[in-house]
Design a protein. Structure first.
Length: 320
């Protein structure tokens, strides 16, 4: 089972404009509402094909937007455990300027979570997780949870025998890493910030070198956008090389990567296959203005994703 923890969900509203009028009135040609927040983007990878991926998403929802998202959850048959809150779930807007081919993302801050809501959420999560389950902690934290929310929850679930995966940023990432999750996934900027590397040493070519000697009990993935991915599982370092594509909007690509990876690992596939699937899903998402994965893209680019073992032995992967 895969559990996806999404503490700061959103209604993602994409507005399509012919052009964005600066200091004027812009009229939307069309709009689209989607389940949003990093965790809900993660589960898009579970719905790409007919494979049965067992999952549950755990989230907070409240207010009129929370009610609307509840209807979308039912409509899309999303397996969920929802903790209802007094606050109102945020709205995040993606404004697409079609003439200039720009996408502008505006994220609202989330509601404040009370201590009672917090405790209900954690109790439900702990109760539902079993030994061997994957638990994905994804995204920012709303007010009320504290920067150590991920760290404390990961510590409990790792002791229970779960494989926790952390994908966050800032203090919640730094604190969460102290709990030694099974896997840490970051982008290039987050990686250098986490290691407190000075600006002068933040160079993409050094990621592989740093990761190969990094002293950590956690597996590690660093996504590099169009430059690919560097991953370390056990003592083995992998490099993922991507083909060049025409990117429309990369929003949610990291989340979709994480979902594809967890899906493959849940299905017992080797890490090379998991990295390929994750990369293909993420690449497909970049071809659209809003979060989306198409199997035709996956099939088209499958032979163009290269996975290279750049150090270590295969039989040491996916171990602690």
């Amino acid at each position: 089972m895969i559990h996806v923890v999404c503490p700061n969900p959103a209604l993602d509203r994409t507005l399509f404009l012919k052009t964005l009028e600066i200091n004027g009135v812009s009229r939307a040609v069309s709009s689209q509402d989607l389940l949003g927040g990093k965790g809900f983007n993660v589960i898009r990878s579970f719905k790409v094909d007919d494979k049965n991926t067992p999952y549950i998403i755990h989230s907070f929802l409240g207010g009129y937007t929370g009610e609307y998202l509840q209807t979308l959850i039912q409509k899309e048959d999303v397996s969920s455990v929802i903790t209802e809150i007094n606050g109102t779930t945020r709205i995040c807007s993606i404004i697409v300027d079609e003439d200039n081919k720009h996408a502008h993302l505006i994220n609202e801050i989330g509601p404040s979570i009370t201590s009672t809501e917090h405790q209900i959420f954690v109790n439900r999560l702990i109760e539902s997780v079993n030994t061997g389950d994957f638990v994905l902690f994804s995204g920012s934290l709303p007010d009320g949870l504290g920067h150590d929310f991920y760290a404390k929850t990961i510590a409990i679930l790792e002791k229970k025998g779960a494989k926790c995966i952390l994908d966050s940023s800032g203090l919640s990432l730094a604190e969460g890493c102290k709990a030694n999750p099974w896997l840490i996934k970051v982008n290039e900027l987050e990686f250098f910030e986490l290691l407190e590397q000075p600006l002068a040493k933040r160079d993409t070519d050094s990621v592989e070198e740093i990761l190969s000697v990094l002293n950590t009990s956690s597996n590690f993935i660093v996504t590099l956008g169009g430059k690919g991915t560097i991953a370390k599982f056990g003592n083995t370092v992998f490099k993922v090389t991507l083909p060049r594509i025409s990117v429309k909007n990369a929003t949610a690509s990291g989340d979709i990567f994480l979902g594809g990876l967890a899906k493959s690992l849940q299905n017992g596939e080797p890490i090379e296959k998991a990295l390929q699937t994750a990369s293909l899903y993420s690449l497909s998402n970049c071809l659209y203005w809003y979060p989306n994965i198409e199997l035709t893209d996956v099939e088209h680019y499958q032979s163009q994703i290269k996975i290279t073992n750049v150090g270590g032995t295969i039989n040491e992967t996916i171990t602690r």
